[in-house]
Structure formats: structure tokens, C-alpha cells
Write a protein that binds this ligand. Structure first.
Ligand code: TMO
Length: 322
């Protein structure tokens, strides 16, 4: 660590000279922090990818190196326990709450912060489907229309187009627990869901698929989430809970789910400055929606989108750094 510290101080001196020792040495990592790169996962939805680069650029600006690692969004929680990933900045309650709370309970991951953003991840349909299937957004009304949503693959059952498997929504368990006439077909990517929505929308064809908020979709398509039996503590781990006494997941996802930041429990010792920054990071619903919009609507490259968000939100991210 001596070498590490020497190098940091050398950087600090050079930076201090360059800025006339104005006191703005906040642009330099503290002596106590390790030189190792901070390992940030890259998942498979746009806001997360842009936000990972936003965080990376903020840390780079403070003199830290970062490494982006493509990661399965469930396995990432055990990877954090093993020290292979250092920070997950978009922990969505609906998709990852179970995996995240488990490793926090084990003590190897720290629940470092809760964003202001409130999230919902749920079955969703474009509004014109309400004319085709009366009684929506109630799930029993949806189920009565199941066949309308069938494809060659699922007929006579309706198709629910789920997200990529690593989002692990337990939709199949829900279908079984609630006795629904649907079959879950997982999309290969988020882009595949949006392509199917665009195509169905053109033809005003019935479709029900996985969606979430905040997301760019709500800026383009009018639509609604399906209302399932209300989520409650116990639904995901206590079979006795909910309408089906023998099964878990017989409920919808939380309607005002959290969005959290998890870090490897070694971070506060290894990179105290980084831990300080990450613990203050705080994104709103608008931030998440804008990050996805810059890529999915405006067609920007990820890095460009991250630069744009940083340029438009300087006061916000500077407050995490200082
Ligand atoms: C985790 N996700 C936002 C895709 O639901």
C-alpha cells in the first residue's frame, strides 16, 4: 500500500499545482484508497448500462480506475460476496429483491443507499387492448381473455412475453399459483420486447409483456400494468400467504418498489472515498427514465448518453462527490 499511497500523493501534488492549490483537490482519490479498479457490472437494460458508465466516469474523475464486467443480474449478488463485483447501483426490488436481501442478510453485501426513484415491474399491455378484453387491468379479466394472446407456440394458452431469464420474475410460478391460462415465453433481450410491442402496436394486436417504470416506454406508448393480488411480505417465501395456500408468488410485484445500491462489504475499508460517493449516489425516476431514453429513443451510444446525463446534472452528481 505504500506504493499506492505514494502514487496518489504524487497525483495530488501535480493536480494541486495545476489548479493553483485552490482547494479543489476533491478531483483526486484519497491516500487511503486502493489503486485497484472498481468493478462495475453491465446488465441488459439501458438505464443500468448508462448509469454504470455515469458512475464509472464520476469515479474516473476522482482518480479511480474502473472496470466494466458484463454480468448476469441474479448471479451478480453472489459475485459481490466473492469480491468479484464491487457495486450494483440499480437493485430493483421486483426483480432482484430476494437475491439482494439474502446476501445483505449474510453480511457480505452492504445495503449502501436507496434512490429516490420508486419502481414497478409488472405485466403490462398497451391501452387499445382494453377494448379487446373488457375488465382490464384486473388479472382475472386478463385471464378470461387468455386465448386472445396465444401464439402458435402457446395456443390455446395465452402468451406472456417475459424478460430475459436472468431477470427471474417467477412469472411461471405466478401463473401456476393463480391458475392462469398463460404460458411464459422469455424474450432474449429487452430490445426484443420493444420490437414485439412496436409490431403489435402497428396492428393493434393483443399483447401482454413484461415492462417496468421508470422506463422510456411510457414516453412513447400509452398502456397499463395488470393488477394482480396486492404484493405483501410473505408472498415470495410463505406458501400459506395469498389466494393460493400451497404456493408462493401468488401476488403481483410491489407497486412502489425500491431501487437500491449494494456494495461488496470490503469496499469501506478498501476504497473509503468510493464508498462515500456511492453511498450518496441518488437517482430519481426522471434520471432513470432519461438514461434509458437517451439510448432507446435518441439512439445515443452508451458513453455519449452518460456524458450527456453528467453535463445536464452536474449539481446533482457533484453533491455526491463533495
Ligand atoms: C430490472 N428491470 C428494470 C429490467 O426490471
Amino acid at each position: 500500500m505504500v506504493g499506492t499511497n505514494m502514487r496518489r500523493w504524487a497525483i495530488a501534488l501535480v493536480a494541486g499545482a495545476a489548479i493553483g492549490l485552490s482547494g479543489a483537490v476533491s478531483g483526486v482519490a484519497q491516500a487511503a484508497d486502493s489503486d485497484d479498479p472498481i468493478k462495475i457490472p453491465i446488465h441488459n437494460w439501458s438505464s443500468q448500462i448508462v448509469g454504470a458508465h455515469v458512475l464509472g466516469k464520476i469515479l474516473n474523475g476522482q482518480g479511480f480506475e474502473t472496470e466494466f464486467i458484463p454480468a448476469d443480474s441474479q448471479v451478480v449478488y453472489t459475485s459481490m460476496c466473492e469480491g468479484d463485483i464491487d457495486v450494483v447501483h440499480e437493485v430493483w426490488q421486483g426483480a432482484f429483491g430476494v437475491a439482494f436481501e439474502q446476501v445483505v442478510g449474510e453480511g457480505c453485501v452492504i445495503d449502501a443507499a436507496t434512490h429516490d426513484a420508486k419502481t414497478r415491474e409488472e405485466w403490462w399491455y398497451p391501452s387499445y387492448v382494453e377494448e379487446q378484453c373488457p375488465g382490464l387491468p384486473d388479472w382475472e379479466a386478463l385471464n378470461a381473455c387468455a386465448e386472445m394472446f396465444s401464439t402458435a407456440e402457446t395456443a390455446p394458452k395465452g402468451r406472456f412475453l417475459g424478460g430475459p431469464v436472468d431477470w427471474l420474475k417467477h412469472d411461471a410460478e405466478r401463473v401456476e399459483g393463480l391458475g392462469m391460462d398463460f404460458e411464459v415465453v422469455n424474450a432474449g433481450s429487452a430490445a426484443a420486447i420493444w420490437a414485439e410491442l412496436a409490431s403489435a402496436f402497428e396492428r393493434k394486436a393483443p399483447i401482454v409483456h413484461f415492462n417496468w417504470t421508470p422506463n422510456f416506454i411510457e414516453a412513447i406508448y400509452d398502456g397499463k400494468f395488470v393488477e394482480f393480488p396486492e404484493y405483501g411480505e410473505g408472498c415470495k417465501d410463505d406458501p400459506a400467504w395469498g389466494p393460493n395456500p400451497d404456493m408462493t408468488y401468488d401476488c403481483g410485484n410491489p407497486k412502489d418498489g425500491y431501487l437500491k445500491i449494494g456494495v461488496w462489504n470490503g469496499m469501506p475499508d478498501k476504497w473509503p472515498t468510493v464508498y462515500g460517493i456511492v453511498s450518496k449516489m441518488n437517482l430519481s425516476n426522471l434520471d432513470i427514465a432519461v438514461m434509458s431514453k437517451l439510448v432507446d429513443i435518441d439512439g445515443m451510444e452508451v458513453e455519449e448518453a452518460a456524458d450527456q446525463w453528467l453535463a445536464d446534472n452536474e449539481a446533482k452528481w457533484m453533491s455526491w462527490v463533495n
